[in-house]
Each structure stands twice: as structure tokens, then as C-alpha cells.
Design a protein around this ligand. Structure first.
Ligand code: HXC
Length: 259
């Protein structure tokens, strides 16, 4: 499924997606969005894919935002459509039934930071930088930055970044909870892969139900708790749950079958 703007490599159940426009710091143009839409279509349905790593080509950037040359030609209606299209895609990434790790290898700015925030977890190279610089362009974020950044780091810290457009280091991003881990740049993919392997060694149904349950954390608490209880009940009806508890009693490692 190789397309030159988005490279795809599947190994041991993990799809590695590489945004491949290094000459413009992997800026997200229409082609990248289209390729990501197609890739997630496959990820949702292909049983061979069990987890995903998303990264950028080269050493400088994960993605330096929406493609500014492309944005500059849009009128209000097309700008609104563009924002909605990206939001739909990023929402699909966030709701993906398989774990998605952003391996942030450099600049994650504007739409690039928004893309990383839509992934389930973020690992950053120690050389990465984050920011929502739209304000410098007379714009505001349009791919969910005003919403997901607030949820991840809190309103005050989010506003500080949004209002100044400043870039922050991976270390600072870690301090404020924007990224899960900071690792040496040359170990980034290895660490992301090791994390996914740990997740993939757990009961596959439980992993899927966890992702569903946590997606409900945006609902009011009462509705989120009701969803959690439903999914908990569903987990109890699985063979994996029976196997997991039996293995515990028998003091052995469980063999999960994803049923
Ligand atoms: C298009 C971009 C780009 C972008 C970089 N380039 N970012 N092209 N869109 N977002 C291009 C540059 O024009 C340049 O092309 C090449 O990539 C290398 O970039 P330089 O600026 O020369 O590199 P450097 O000096 O190292 O500076 C890196 C940088 C800077 C600090 C990341 O490129 C930068 O500020 N980029 C813009 C970041 C930004 O504002 N992002 C938010 C976009 S708005 P040439 O041809 O000159 O070599 C957004 C909104 C999302 O994301 C919502 C939409 C609905």
C-alpha cells in the first residue's frame, strides 16, 4: 500500500506509517490527508494490523503543520471544509480500535502537533519540538488543537502555548503531559515498537475495549461510567477473560486468542 507521500511497512502486526515530504518538513497537504484516510481505512479492517506507529521521514520533522502554501489559497468556506476534513480524520485516528503511537522525531507544529495529539500515546525524540504556531500566521488551529491540547495539558498551559505560538522542547512537553516519554532520537522507533509489543501481548479484546472505554472519557462522567460498565460486562463474556483468570489460578502465562 505504498504511496510516496505516506510510506507503509507492516512487520509483526505493527504498521509503520511514515509521512514522506521531508523537503517541506512533512507538511500535511491534501495528498498526505488522503493517504492517511486510506491507511486508517485499512488499519480499521485488516486483521493483520494490530498496532500502528506514525512518524515523519528524515530527522527534522514529524510534521511542521498543514501545508501553508496550500492553506494560503483557501477562502472561508474551503477553510472550514478543510478543518472539518482533518478533524474527521484525526477523530478516526483517536477512535482507532488498535493502539496508535506517535513517534515524534522532530518538529510537531500546528497540524503536526494536532496529529500527534490524536494518537493514543506520544513518544518524542529528545530533539523534537512542539507548538501551535498558528497565531503567528493570523490563524487558529483547525485540526482539534484548541480542544485536545486543553484536554491533555489543561486550559492554562494550553492557552499559554496557543496565545504565544511558542515552540517547546520535548522535555518541556513531557513536563506538561503533552508527551508520554522522551527518548534518545536514535532509539525512538525501537521504544515505540517495544511499547506496542507489550500492549499486543495482552488480551486483544481487552485492549480494544480499553480503547473504546477511554474514548468515552470525553463524555460527561455519568455517561462515561455507564459505557465503562457495559464494556466491562462485555469483557466478562470473552474467552480471553476466562483464559486470563484460569491462567492466574494455575500460575501460568495466559494464552489469549482474541475471542
Ligand atoms: C509548507 C513548509 C512548512 C509548512 C516548513 N515548510 N513548514 N511548507 N507548510 N507548514 C518548508 C519551508 O517553506 C522550506 O521550504 C522547507 O520546508 C524547510 O523549512 P525552513 O523554514 O527553511 O526550515 P527551518 O529554518 O529549519 O525552520 C523550521 C520551522 C519553519 C521552524 C519548522 O519551517 C516553520 O516555522 N514552519 C511553519 C510552521 C507552522 O507555522 N506550522 C503551522 C501551519 S498552520 P523551501 O522551499 O524554502 O526550502 C496549521 C493549521 C492546521 O498547521 C489546521 C488547518 C485546517
Amino acid at each position: 500500500m505504498n504511496n510516496t507521500t505516506l510510506l507503509w511497512e507492516l512487520s509483526e502486526g505493527i504498521a509503520l506509517l511514515v509521512i514522506n515530504r521531508p523537503e517541506v518538513l512533512n507538511a500535511l497537504n491534501g495528498q498526505v490527508l488522503e493517504a492517511l484516510e486510506a491507511a486508517f481505512e485499512r488499519i480499521y479492517t485488516d486483521p493483520e494490523v494490530r498496532g500502528v506507529i506514525l512518524t515523519g521521514a528524515g530527522e527534522k520533522a514529524f510534521a511542521a503543520g498543514a501545508d501553508i502554501a496550500e492553506l494560503s489559497g483557501l477562502d472561508a468556506l474551503r477553510g472550514w471544509e478543510q478543518a472539518r476534513r482533518g478533524q474527521r480524520l484525526f477523530d478516526r485516528i483517536e477512535r482507532c480500535p488498535k493502539p496508535v503511537v506517535a513517534a515524534v522525531n522532530g518538529y510537531a507544529l500546528g497540524g503536526g502537533c494536532e496529529l500527534a495529539m490524536a494518537c493514543h500515546v506520544r513518544f518524542a525524540a529528545d530533539t523534537a519540538q512542539f507548538g501551535q504556531p498558528e497565531v503567528n500566521l493570523g490563524l487558529i488551529p483547525g485540526y482539534g488543537g484548541t480542544q485536545r491540547l486543553v484536554r491533555l495539558v489543561g486550559r492554562g498551559r494550553a492557552l499559554e502555548l496557543l496565545l504565544t505560538g511558542e515552540r517547546i522542547s520535548a522535555e518541556r512537553a513531557y513536563q506538561i503531559g503533552l508527551v508520554n516519554r522522551v527518548v534518545p532520537a536514535d532509539r525512538l522507533l525501537e521504544e515505540a515498537r517495544a511499547f506496542l509489543k507489550t500492549v499486543l501481548s495482552k488480551g486483544p479484546v481487552a485492549v480494544r475495549l480499553l480503547l473504546e472505554a477511554v474514548a468515552a472519557a470525553d463524555l460527561p462522567l455519568e455517561a462515561g461510567l455507564a459505557r465503562e460498565a457495559e464494556l466491562f460486562g462485555l469483557a466478562m463474556a470473552t474467552e480471553d477473560f476466562r483464559e486470563g483468570t484460569r491462567a492466574f489460578m494455575e500460575k501460568r502465562k495466559p494464552v489469549f486468542r482474541g475471542r
